[in-house]
Design a protein around this ligand. Structure first.
Ligand SMILES: [Zn+2]
Length: 265
């Protein structure tokens, strides 16, 4: 088994005992010696059926609710994400020529919040039952979108094909609005709070830069309070200027870079 991002060699990293939580026992994590991506060998070797059941069981705990013990900042982060996305849209940093989609939107809360700012976002969800309206089926999905939103999903994916599929939906003037945890180094610590039963992969800055290049993104804005990366296909005049305007107004929230913004060191 090799790293699915860079094809580097995976080496034993550490183990965590889940004591039967979501029917998991001892989970074995490995790390890529080249890009430092970490993943759970145990989760990657599960059957598709077992993996889907695990995800469904876990996520049904909080779908449609407003709080969840494993992620206490969930609602405040969603609020920050909605506000930031609206601001970038109003500043024309995010284009609205083509439709937008929230890929793997769960119960669609973020799309519902954006609708209140008159931003229409299609909801796409393959695994969870729909909550409310605005969902599109796989057949109804368009080939390209100006903005593809993807929050708290990358940690749950076991293959490069799905990652490629998500990034591939971003049109040539478009952006991927991505919420995922990315760190310089993944801690080899079984008590790390991010090791949830459904998190099977953990991204390092290096692994995300590999993906950023693979998907032909050009430049990136990171917004600290909402923990969101906005990856753009093309640098355009508004991007850098927007971040510079924010900085000169005294804000440290937005960070612009050509390439992936490796904010968390
Ligand atoms: Zn790798």
């Amino acid at each position: 088994m090799h790293c699915f991002v860079c094809n580097g060699k995976l080496k034993p990293f550490f183990e965590k005992e889940f004591n039967g939580q979501c029917e998991l026992t001892c989970v074995e994590y490995v790390r890529c010696e080249s890009c430092h991506l970490a993943l759970s060998k145990t989760h990657f070797e599960m059957s598709d059926r077992a993996w889907e059941t695990l995800n469904r069981t876990y996520h049904e705990q909080y779908q449609g609710k407003d709080s969840f013990d494993d992620d206490p900042r969930w609602m405040s982060r969603l609020q920050a994400q909605s506000e930031t996305i609206s601001r970038l849209a109003k500043a024309d940093v995010l284009s609205q020529s083509l439709p937008w989609v929230d890929y793997a939107c769960g119960d669609g809360k973020l799309a519902d919040m954006l609708a209140q700012s008159d931003i229409r976002v299609s909801k796409f969800e393959r695994f969870m039952p729909p909550h409310g309206s605005g969902y599109v089926t796989a057949e109804e999905m368009l080939k390209e979108y100006d903005v593809v939103i993807n929050t708290s999903v990358f940690e749950h994916l076991r293959d490069l094909e799905t990652l490629d599929e998500i990034a591939g939906l971003v049109g040539k003037n478009g952006a991927l609005a991505l919420h995922v945890m990315v760190k310089e180094e993944i801690p080899a610590d079984p008590t790390w709070s991010y090791l949830l039963p459904v998190h099977c992969v953990f991204y390092s800055n290096r692994s995300m830069q590999v993906l950023f290049d693979r998907w032909n993104f050009d430049s990136c804005i990171y917004h600290v309070p909402s923990r969101m990366w906005f990856m753009f296909r093309q640098d355009h005049p508004g991007l850098r200027e927007f971040a510079e305007r924010e900085a000169s107004a005294g804000s440290e929230d937005f960070h612009f870079k050509e390439g992936f913004v490796d904010y968390w060191k």
